[in-house]
Design a protein around this ligand. Structure first.
Ligand SMILES: *[C@@H]1O[C@H](CO)[C@@H](O)[C@H](O)[C@H]1NC(C)=O
Ligand SMILES: *[C@@H]1O[C@H](CO)[C@@H](O)[C@H](O)[C@H]1NC(C)=O
Ligand SMILES: *[C@@H]1O[C@H](CO)[C@@H](O)[C@H](O)[C@H]1NC(C)=O
Ligand SMILES: *[C@@H]1O[C@H](CO)[C@@H](O)[C@H](O)[C@H]1NC(C)=O
Ligand SMILES: *[C@@H]1O[C@H](CO)[C@@H](O)[C@H](O)[C@H]1NC(C)=O
Ligand SMILES: [Ca+2]
Length: 557
């Protein structure tokens, strides 16, 4: 038995890794997968290893990883309701739809050969013998024949292939598949099945092929699986994946990318419990024949649920411990679903792993935004995951830089809310709003200071540093002219000179020429009322050193 299990596992491995078959099991060998497979290593596939095998100097590189899928029927707990719905107690005769007058079959719970207990829905059938659970017949018609089958794993799982329920003696006229993602606390419908969706559920019938990427998680009612002659009722997982990965599931990268970026998509394929609510048995294509109610009942021979343990991409193995499935966590994570950091790493923030960037994914860097954002987006054509809406004046793929006009306070960690400090470069005194790593703005001529908001010696603040023309000490106006506002000489009356014309910066131009005979008179009243400078006057003594040519020019006049 051990040998045959491992041989089958290897076959599955090949299928599982081949690019054309995709990640999917072949249904024909589905019944034979041993639980052993959960514990065996699998071939080299995408997302099957958690870390680089060759350690680098910086330690191992971590990748996204997930356990291989397996047929979860091997480990499901089955419960049927109401009590007494299973046939055989007391023993009962039943007929078949094909031949309603052949009623030789018997269900007897006390006989191993004639009993049909619930576990026969999940058993491994040997030697071609079909085994099935069966209910009592509809002898209480018109009271409805209702049955619930609850499948429990006590572990969150991600379905990876069609869920297939095989009905012997006809598929139900109507039923609902429900799921829970919180171990049975709350339930939600997964899919409705009826031969007439409108009549049974007030829903218009749909097929999965009607779904588009935008509504792939819509819960639909399908009429495809309710004709009684066939056996399988399917919850179509492949077809839903195919909407992204193509009909043959070749482009799995597209699916993984969608899983990561489309809200609610991964949750749609996640469950901890499933429930079949059987509402009306197969009727054989006609109305209920009251005179032969022994041909109406439910019988299920198999339920295939191909799924993998959900380990938040932190484990490549999942094992049964104390009768409960448990991820074998890597990446310093712990918990049944690797949903927290292991004890030595509790100071770190836990994050799920990510399929992105392809092909190896990351252990937790998918949305690493240094605490300045919790939203990322994936840019497919450059295969980059980037933070969006970085707060606290940060920017960059991981919100690791400061926005234009801000610089990083080197004494704070990158994750601090105040890490980016405003440059506050003076708009008039600076070349740009940008500043250096230490917060120094780049100043225009004449301006100085960290923020470029004060003047160099010999300059006066006039919406930026403007070179002084005169200062009354070193740069003196000639012929009794008076220096006004460091900018111009105001000459006594009857002197020529452009004493009031604009902002010319040359002392030579501004000086007072052609001295007249009479002595100077008081200043022109208009020119004496100029606005006061914002730079202090303490620099005027140095003007001489800074502007020797100007000074020289004024003396030679
Ligand atoms: C089946 O489960 C549903 C939902 O919990 C419940 O309302 C219903 O009564 C159950 N039916 C039977 C037959 O136990
Ligand atoms: C379900 O799983 C949890 C978490 O691992 C465990 O503590 C609990 O005992 C399990 N319950 C059952 C009924 O197995
Ligand atoms: C899903 O969306 C597609 C395209 O937007 C639309 O044609 C289709 O009817 C929708 N299906 C359902 C079930 O709402
Ligand atoms: C940088 O952070 C330190 C520590 O909080 C603080 O003392 C200092 O004032 C900050 N520097 C600036 C420029 O904000
Ligand atoms: C300036 O010149 C005008 C005419 O040339 C003369 O009338 C006036 O007295 C002079 N003013 C002074 C202060 O010399
Ligand atoms: Ca069976």
């Amino acid at each position: 038995m051990f040998g045959s299990s491992s041989r089958r596992t290897q076959r599955l491995t090949l299928c599982f890794c081949s690019s054309t078959a995709g990640l999917w099991f072949i249904m024909s060998i589905s019944h034979v997968l041993a639980l052993l497979a959960l514990l065996l290593p699998w071939g080299r596939c995408q997302f099957d290893v958690c870390r680089s095998l060759r350690g680098s100097k910086a330690g191992p590189e971590f990748y996204a990883c997930q356990p291989p899928p397996t047929n979860m029927k091997e480990v499901m707990q089955i419960r049927v309701d109401p009590p007494g719905i299973t046939c055989g107690n007391p023993p009962e005769r039943f007929c078949t739809l094909e031949n309603p007058y052949l009623c030789s079959d018997e269900c007897d719970a006390s006989s191993p050969d004639l009993s049909h207990p619930p576990q026969l829905m999940g058993d491994r059938e040997r030697g071609g013998l079909i085994t099935y659970w069966q209910t009592i017949t509809w002898s209480r018609f018109p009271e409805p024949l209702l049955a619930n089958i609850t499948l429990t794993w006590n572990k969150s799982l991600e379905v990876v292939d069609d869920i297939v329920v095989t009905f012997e003696y006809g598929r139900p006229t109507s039923m609902v598949l429900e799921k829970s993602i919180d171990k049975g606390v709350t339930w939600q419908p997964y899919q409705y099945y009826a031969d007439d969706c409108l009549e049974a559920f007030g829903m218009s019938p749909k097929r999965v092929t009607d779904l588009a990427p935008s509504n792939i998680t819509r819960v639909i009612c399908t009429e495809q699986y309710s004709r009684w002659e066939e056996k399988s009722v399917v919850f179509e997982v492949r077809a839903r994946f195919g909407v992204f990965a193509g009909p043959k599931l070749i482009n799995m990268d597209a699916l993984y990318t969608r899983m990561e970026t489309t809200k609610g998509l991964r949750d749609f394929f996640t469950f901890t419990n499933l429930r079949l609510r059987l509402l009306r048995p197969a009727l054989g294509g006609t109305y209920v024949q009251r005179d032969n109610l022994l041909k109406y009942f439910y019988a299920i021979s198999n339920i295939d649920v191909f799924a993998r343990c959900k380990c938040n991409l932190h484990a490549s193995q999942c094992a049964l411990r104390d009768a409960t499935l448990q991820c074998e966590c890597d990446h310093n994570t712990a918990g049944q679903d690797c949903q927290s950091c292991s004890r030595e790493f509790t100071s770190r923030t836990w994050r799920p792993g990510s399929y992105l960037p392809l092909p190896k994914g990351t252990a937790n860097a998918y949305c690493e935004c240094n605490g300045h954002s919790n939203r990322c987006s994936y840019i497919d054509f450059i295969n980059v995951v980037t933070c969006v809406s970085c707060k606290h004046n940060t920017r960059g793929q991981n919100c690791q830089y400061c926005r234009l006009g801000y610089y990083q306070n080197a004494s704070l960690p990158l994750t601090d809310e105040n890490v980016c400090v405003e440059c506050e470069c003076h708009a008039d005194g600076s070349v740009s709003p940008r500043c250096s790593d230490s917060g120094l703005c780049q100043c225009k001529d004449g301006a100085t200071g960290r923020r470029c908001d004060s003047c160099l010696p010999g300059y006066t603040w006039r919406g930026g540093g403007v070179a002084n023309v005169c200062d009354g000490e070193r740069l003196v106006c000639r012929n009794g002219g008076t220096c006004v506002d460091f900018l111009r000489c105001v000459c006594p009356e009857n002197f020529t000179g452009k004493h009031s014309s604009g902002d010319s910066r040359s002392l030579q131009e501004q000086n007072c020429l052609n001295p007249p005979l009479p002595p100077p008179r008081p200043l022109h009243p208009v020119l004496s009322t100029l606005s006061s400078p914002s730079c202090p006057l303490n620099n005027k003594g140095l003007s001489y050193l800074l502007f020797p040519l100007l000074l020289w020019g004024s003396r030679t006049l």
